[in-house]
Design a protein around this ligand. Sequence first.
Ligand SMILES: *[C@@H]1O[C@H](CO)[C@@H](O)[C@H](O)[C@H]1NC(C)=O
Ligand SMILES: *[C@@H]1O[C@H](CO)[C@@H](O)[C@H](O)[C@H]1NC(C)=O
Ligand SMILES: *[C@@H]1O[C@H](CO)[C@@H](O)[C@H](O)[C@H]1NC(C)=O
Ligand SMILES: *[C@@H]1O[C@H](CO)[C@@H](O)[C@H](O)[C@H]1NC(C)=O
Ligand SMILES: *[C@@H]1O[C@H](CO)[C@@H](O)[C@H](O)[C@H]1NC(C)=O
Ligand SMILES: *[C@@H]1O[C@H](CO)[C@@H](O)[C@H](O)[C@H]1NC(C)=O
Ligand SMILES: *[C@@H]1O[C@H](CO)[C@@H](O)[C@H](O)[C@H]1NC(C)=O
Ligand SMILES: *[C@@H]1O[C@H](CO)[C@@H](O)[C@H](O)[C@H]1NC(C)=O
Ligand SMILES: *[C@@H]1O[C@H](CO)[C@@H](O)[C@H](O)[C@H]1NC(C)=O
Ligand SMILES: *[C@@H]1O[C@H](CO)[C@@H](O)[C@H](O)[C@H]1NC(C)=O
Ligand SMILES: *[C@@H]1O[C@H](CO)[C@@H](O)[C@H](O)[C@H]1NC(C)=O
Ligand SMILES: *[C@@H]1O[C@H](CO)[C@@H](O)[C@H](O)[C@H]1NC(C)=O
Length: 822
Amino acid sequence: MENTCHFRYKYFLYTHLCLFLLVFLPQLSLSQKWDGVIVTQADYQALRAIKNELIDFKGFLRSWNDSGYGACSGRWAGIKCVKGQVIAIQLPWKGLGGRISEKIGQLQALRKISLHDNVIGGTVPLSLGFLHNLRGVYLFNNQLSGSIPPSIGNCPVLQTLDVSNNFLIGRIPPSLANSTRLYRLNMSLNSLVGSIPVGLTQSPSLIFLALQHNNLSGSIPDSWGRKGNNSYHLQFLTLDHNRISGTIPVSLSKLALLQEISFSHNQLSGAIPNEIGTLSRLQKLDFSNNNFKGSIPSSFSNFTSLVSLNLEGNRLDNQIPEVFDGLSNLSVLNLKNNQFIGPIPASIGNISRINQLDLAQNNFSGEIPASLVRLANLTYFNVSYNNLSGSVPSSLAKKFNSSSFVGNLQLCGYSISTPCPSPPPAILPAQTPEAPKRHGRKLSTKDIILIAAGVLLLVLLLLCFILLCCLMKKRSASKEMDGKTATRSVSGKDAKTGAVAGPEVESGGEMGGKLVHFDGPFVFTADDLLCATAEIMGKSSYGTAYKATLEDGNQVAVKRLREKTTKGQREFETEAAALGKIRHPNLLALRAYYLGPKGEKLLVFDYMPKGSLASYLHARGPETTVDWPTRMKITIGVARGLNHLHTQEDIIHGNLTSSNILLDEQTNAHIADFGLSRLMTTAANTNVIATAGTLGYRAPELSKLKNANTKTDVYSLGVIILELLTGKSPGEPMNGMDLPQWVASIVKEEWTNEVFDLELMRDAQTTGDELLNTLKLALHCVDPTPAARPEAEQVVQQLEEIKPELAAAPADDGTKVPPTTE
Ligand SMILES: *[C@@H]1O[C@H](CO)[C@@H](O)[C@H](O)[C@H]1NC(C)=O
Ligand SMILES: *[C@@H]1O[C@H](CO)[C@@H](O)[C@H](O)[C@H]1NC(C)=O
Ligand SMILES: *[C@@H]1O[C@H](CO)[C@@H](O)[C@H](O)[C@H]1NC(C)=O
Ligand SMILES: *[C@@H]1O[C@H](CO)[C@@H](O)[C@H](O)[C@H]1NC(C)=O
Ligand SMILES: *[C@@H]1O[C@H](CO)[C@@H](O)[C@H](O)[C@H]1NC(C)=O
Ligand SMILES: *[C@@H]1O[C@H](CO)[C@@H](O)[C@H](O)[C@H]1NC(C)=O
Ligand SMILES: *[C@@H]1O[C@H](CO)[C@@H](O)[C@H](O)[C@H]1NC(C)=O
Ligand SMILES: *[C@@H]1O[C@H](CO)[C@@H](O)[C@H](O)[C@H]1NC(C)=O
Ligand SMILES: *[C@@H]1O[C@H](CO)[C@@H](O)[C@H](O)[C@H]1NC(C)=O
Ligand SMILES: *[C@@H]1O[C@H](CO)[C@@H](O)[C@H](O)[C@H]1NC(C)=O
Ligand SMILES: *[C@@H]1O[C@H](CO)[C@@H](O)[C@H](O)[C@H]1NC(C)=O
Ligand SMILES: *[C@@H]1O[C@H](CO)[C@@H](O)[C@H](O)[C@H]1NC(C)=O
């Protein structure tokens, strides 16, 4: 994905450069005559027709109003002219619907038409073929249907045609090859059929050819590069996700400038031709999920620029060639799910940039080469399901979890359950990183005094500890375990039964604290927790949250509560035990707590890889969209979680915001930070409440009321739904209004469509009712009168009525706990 974005970014630079040359330079020379030029009658009529057939949901075309005098004065949005003739129409991301008028063919001087990222339907106008000056056509991300008119091949100076991500059908017009300036052709993500026109393979100008995600069939023509002429420019060739069959044409190797080939998810077969290895500029090669047979050509070691090689899911066999010395730039190597045999070449350890190495599901045998330990940047490694033997190098075993190694009957040393016959003693000291380092130098008097003091302190501590132990033995019958036994007893099913009989307790441990587990998927001891590598995720009024990576690679979220704000130990433990029992798919589960010897308190929760809803929604790249079904799933999740809190647990959240809603891998919502006030002293809580009810989410009556209640929670829920609908952050006031006021003001003016996030307008034709009904519900939740607001339970019901599929499929837990069989 990153590659694609990067790619798109590069391409934008490219077009902007071209745009500058095409549009700006001619204007410079005409700048004196610029003002007051009247648009020609033909162009004026064409523009009127275009406006009539487009649907202007957001009023961007309101400026196309006067009798034509203004069209070329720069006042008409998106129109550029030269000498009274329109040369460019640029209205991307304007929420435009309707269709493109055939009258566009009257704009004889038109060079560029850019209407991408709208919701325009209808067909690609035939009359584009009349435009002899047309250079750029950008219609991607719309809802165009029908086939691509062959007449478009009549545009002699066409440079870019991007109609990707529409609903286009039919064949690729062979006439396109007649446009000898065409350098970017993107028809990806449509439903095109038929085969790739031979003419395109001989284009002297094409640089980008993107036909991925269509329904193309036939074989790839073996006619690349012009006969007797070496000037072919193709750099990016993406044909993945089609139904293309046949073999890889040898003539591809003539395209010396190729940087990227993607043929994945097709039905290609045969051997990979050795000649491909001559493509010395190739950076990305993806042949995955086809039917290729035979071995990796030895010429692949000549790929000096190659960064990513993906051959996953084929029937390639034989050994991998040992000589990989040319592949110094390779960072991704995926050979998963083939039939490779023989040893894993030790020379892979010399490709220092490798960060992903997937060799799973093959027939590799022998040991994992020790040279792989040198790959410092390795972040993904998988050799599972092979025929490997011997012991896993310990640094690999530590870095990657057992699922990277399973399925090799004779492989050992990668998990507790696969010990090697005679464990290498070198592993043992590594488990006590705190061990003091010995220095060979002589001791000074100062050192001796310090050591003596230390010894004395130790003796005192030991005495205290023994005393404490005696006291505890008398008081409680709870059994004490050392770290190791605790490790086993809290694992998997044991933990489940543990939850019934009361939480698992581990006391002692190297650090002298107490760890209490509730049921959950993870196995760790107090020492594991305290030695985990942690990075700060955020701070709140309750304390600081960390992402902690345990020794076994599992991740948990740890909240360190602010000191001196929590209740006394016994009360704290009672309340924490109650919170630890709360389990709901949309509530962040408390898995354990730790009480340190100095009174520090840690709470351990599931780690949510997608972070908070706030960052998911507001801190994403411009290319990442969050579609309506995902937003709806988050909405219902939050509503269900809140309903559970209100009705089953009798808990008021009090500070529900998009920063407190966390998202798991499947983007299920988990409400965090509920019930924490129960762990705090009254004084600390007054403080928190004074600052809580984060601005923008806080019900208006809270300025007078002291305590939050279910209705103030529902208000916050309403704000979150509005946030999801509008894509706007409630923290930032709009024209002095908060988000609910702003939405209400627009709905009152009957510009309802204006409130929705532009991204959601894309599918507005299918989801329009859902959007409107959810908007109504959200406005109901933020009603200024508390009594008028629904309860969370009714919100859940109404959401399920709006989107009945949701009622049928409640979100899954997202944790690895096996279902109970009782
Ligand atoms: C046309 O629209 C522009 C911009 O919206 C506005 O400033 C102008 O007053 C309008 N002119 C007429 C004649 O309506
Ligand atoms: C082609 O279009 C797709 C979808 O719009 C886009 O992701 C891709 O980057 C484009 N490729 C080129 C070469 O323009
Ligand atoms: C390309 O143009 C020539 C003449 O300009 C025409 O004869 C030929 O049919 C065109 N090819 C296609 C495939 O349209
Ligand atoms: C692709 O074409 C085949 C028949 O040619 C058709 O059965 C299939 O539904 C098409 N798939 C798509 C995604 O259009
Ligand atoms: C190859 O084609 C290019 C552009 O089409 C042209 O400029 C060049 O002269 C041709 N070279 C030969 C050897 O035909
Ligand atoms: C690699 O390239 C060199 C020079 O281009 C060539 O001599 C050699 O045969 C190539 N190696 C393989 C294995 O194809
Ligand atoms: C390898 O990558 C680096 C940086 O990405 C680049 O500068 C270098 O030219 C590449 N090497 C080759 C042989 O392409
Ligand atoms: C591995 O090799 C054995 C014996 O040659 C063969 O039976 C088996 O199918 C192979 N497995 C795979 C996944 O290629
Ligand atoms: C790896 O590189 C070292 C030098 O950096 C070289 O001596 C060694 O032969 C290489 N190993 C393999 C297996 O190619
Ligand atoms: C490893 O990754 C770091 C950070 O991305 C980078 O600076 C370094 O060059 C990489 N090392 C190698 C050998 O590629
Ligand atoms: C696994 O590897 C051993 C040699 O290490 C070999 O004797 C055996 O045939 C292999 N098994 C399969 C199924 O390939
Ligand atoms: C390794 O590959 C196997 C088989 O494809 C897969 O089940 C396992 O999840 C992978 N492990 C990791 C860490 O991705």
